[in-house]
Design a protein around this ligand. Structure first.
Ligand code: IPM
Ligand code: MG
Length: 366
């Protein structure tokens, strides 16, 4: 049996970090006798350059026929890239939103845990870190502000713009259910984040999450306002197990959570639908400022590949092997520049390596 993996390298650091994730997958394939077939799919700026649009219908069709998708990142420098002279619906980001919607990838899992080895890269105080934290963010991915009606109009020379924030109970229910299921396999605690003191959509969110919770009596459910949650993530991240939230709040909180891991370059993600299919990508962006320099951190991409093995292919041992290899290489003192603690690091035995060296070391450790 072979596994058909769509590979979206994308833009910026995307191609570099995907290369490293493929090294890990190739090592898994060799060691565990797994047959992975890769198919390149264009999305983002690189697709605009060829087809004039960030995602073609053929690309969506190709993605649909895969068992899972491994993705790098899309987008460029909004100030200098010609992609941003196009209308918003033709820009790189529109491709990502389109594939999420087309493949119904409504649940975005973003794990934020601290590798003990990266303690010195974490900006939080030692007493706050304690013995570490492990938060699974479950972000709704195909609704809310991202997909609501958008419009700009001008009356008497005054411009006004609107983005609609809409959620149906079905959209809330399915992602809440996903969060509860995930919590059942972890510490059985869900913090649902909303802005129910202001937003109508959040009040519905709370009501439906409460209703769904009735099916999971073993789980402790806490509702938290998003502004408080942003504060709690840096005040005491250990209080969280599964953090469930809507699309926009999840976008913002997951970037915040990635920073307390040490670097956005280490946070993977899985975007899932109702089937075993998933799209796996680092949570961070295309980082055009460091693209092509060979310094990007490939860990998020490599661990995203591990998530793919775990969630789409049910290959627990193989996924564990990749994650252990990442830990071993960090324990051995290897770091890309984003997770180097700075001056004096060599003295404590840390060694700075390039993107490709990091990928080689991790593949070798599998
Ligand atoms: C992310 C990114 C995307 C998002 C952008 C590139 C559209 O920030 O995956 O978090 O906002 O969802
Ligand atoms: Mg984001």
């Amino acid at each position: 049996m072979h596994y058909h993996i769509g590979v979206i390298r994308g833009d910026g650091i995307g191609p570099e970090i995907v290369n490293e994730a493929l090294k890990a997958l190739n090592k898994v394939s060799e060691k565990y006798h797994r047959d992975f077939k890769y198919e390149d799919i264009l999305m983002g700026g690189c697709s605009i350059d060829v087809y004039g649009v960030p995602l073609t219908d053929d690309a969506i069709m190709a993605a649909r026929l895969c068992d899972a998708i491994l993705m790098g990142s899309i987008g460029g420098d909004a100030k200098t890239s010609p992609w941003y002279k196009l209308t918003p619906d033709k820009r790189p980001e529109a491709g990502l939103l389109k594939i999420r919607k087309a493949l119904k990838l409504f649940a975005n899992l973003r794990p934020a845990h601290l590798y003990p080895e990266l303690r010195s890269a974490c900006p939080l105080r030692d007493d706050i870190i304690g013995d570490g934290f492990d938060v699974m963010i479950v972000r709704e991915l195909t609704g809310g502000l991202y997909f609501g009606k958008k419009e700009t109009w001008v009356i008497d020379g005054v411009a006004t713009a609107i983005d609609e924030l809409k959620y149906s109970e079905n959209e809330i229910r399915r992602v809440a259910d996903k969060a509860f299921q995930i919590a059942m396999k972890r510490n059985k605690k869900v913090t649902s984040v909303d802005k129910a003191n202001v937003l109508e959509s959040s009040r519905l969110w709370r009501k439906i999450v409460d209703k769904e919770h009735e099916k999971y009596p073993e789980i402790e459910l806490i509702h938290m306002l998003v502004d408080n949650c942003a504060m709690q993530l840096v005040r005491d991240p250990k209080q969280f197990d599964v953090l469930l939230t809507e699309n926009m709040f999840g976008d913002i909180l997951s970037d915040e959570a990635s920073m307390i891991m040490g670097s956005i370059g280490t946070m993977p993600s899985a975007s899932l639908n109702e089937t075993a299919f998933g799209l796996y990508e680092p949570s961070g962006g295309s980082a055009p400022d460091i693209a092509g320099k060979g310094i990007a951190d490939p860990i998020a991409a490599i661990v995203s590949a591990a998530m793919m093995l775990r969630y789409s292919f049910n290959m627990t041992e193989e996924a564990d092997a990749i994650e252990s290899a990442v830990k071993k290489v960090l324990a051995d003192g290897y770091r890309t520049i984003d997770i180097m603690p700075g001056k004096g690091s060599e003295i404590i035995g840390l060694k700075e390596v390039s993107t490709a060296e990091m990928g080689d070391l991790i593949a070798k450790a599998i």
